[in-house]
Ligand binder design. Structure first.
Ligand SMILES: Cc1cc2nc3c(=O)[nH]c(=O)nc-3n(C[C@H](O)[C@H](O)[C@H](O)COP(=O)(O)OP(=O)(O)OC[C@H]3O[C@@H](n4cnc5c(N)ncnc54)[C@H](O)[C@@H]3O)c2cc1C
Length: 179
């Protein structure tokens, strides 16, 4: 790994525009860097706690520090929050009934509506909310809901340049396990 990547700033505000990850730094409405919208290293850089070059790509150092005191952890960055949220959502939907009642259907729709409005990474929430408008939640059955969620997750994967997950495998990943 080469030395610390160049940090771009706007002349006007001296706020970094691009983080060490190469992503654009996201700021909250109050002008402060958004913790849940940026990676930890980008957030540290934007808040003036610029990571040393040997810290970049060495998240194990951070993890080691965290291990020292289990409860003394920092709030999640966009990746930790994302992984935990998807884990919760896929696990929740995996237990959705085969034959859902009107109440089940209503409540799962409300859950995703809420997420599109209140997911703590604002720009993730905006895109997710648009996805919900373009792709109505399939509340009809267990398989329908999980295939829908897999599609929603894949839309984010594609946006981030990641490989798409094979949705036919959702049961192995989130319910039954692999042989
Ligand atoms: C609603 C929402 C919107 C988000 N929007 C953004 C965004 O705009 N920008 C951004 O940078 N990050 C966003 N994130 C976070 C991002 O999706 C990832 O969670 C984060 O980058 C960490 O990725 P990961 O590689 O650890 O795996 P994750 O994408 O978190 O996936 C966790 C695990 O789920 C499994 N998986 C992957 N895809 C699927 C699928 N389609 N169906 C079933 N299982 C699957 C895999 O086993 C994977 O290891 C969002 C997260 C959520 C919950």
């Amino acid at each position: 790994m080469s030395a610390t990547p160049e940090i771009q700033t706007t002349n006007k505000t001296l706020k970094p525009i691009v983080g060490v990850s190469g992503r654009t730094i996201v700021y909250d409405k109050d002008g402060k860097p958004c913790r849940a919208c940026n990676t930890l290293l980008d957030f540290q850089m934007a808040t003036g706690k610029k990571p040393k070059s040997d810290q970049i790509n060495q998240t194990s150092l951070v993890n080691k520090a965290i291990e020292k005191d289990e409860y003394r952890q920092d709030p999640p960055d966009v990746e930790v929050l994302g992984k935990s949220s998807w884990t919760f959502m896929h696990s929740l939907c995996a237990k959705y009934p085969e034959n859902p009642s009107p109440k089940d259907k209503n409540q799962i729709s409300t859950f995703f509506d809420m997420l599109g409005r209140m997911y703590p990474c604002d720009w993730c929430a905006e895109d997710f909310s648009q996805y919900l408008k373009d792709n109505k939640v399939d509340t009809s059955s267990n398989d329908g809901l999980n295939m829908w969620l897999c599609g929603a997750h894949n839309a984010v994967n594609v946006k981030l340049g990641k490989k798409e997950f094979d949705c036919q495998l959702w049961k192995k990943r989130w319910r039954d396990g692999w042989e």
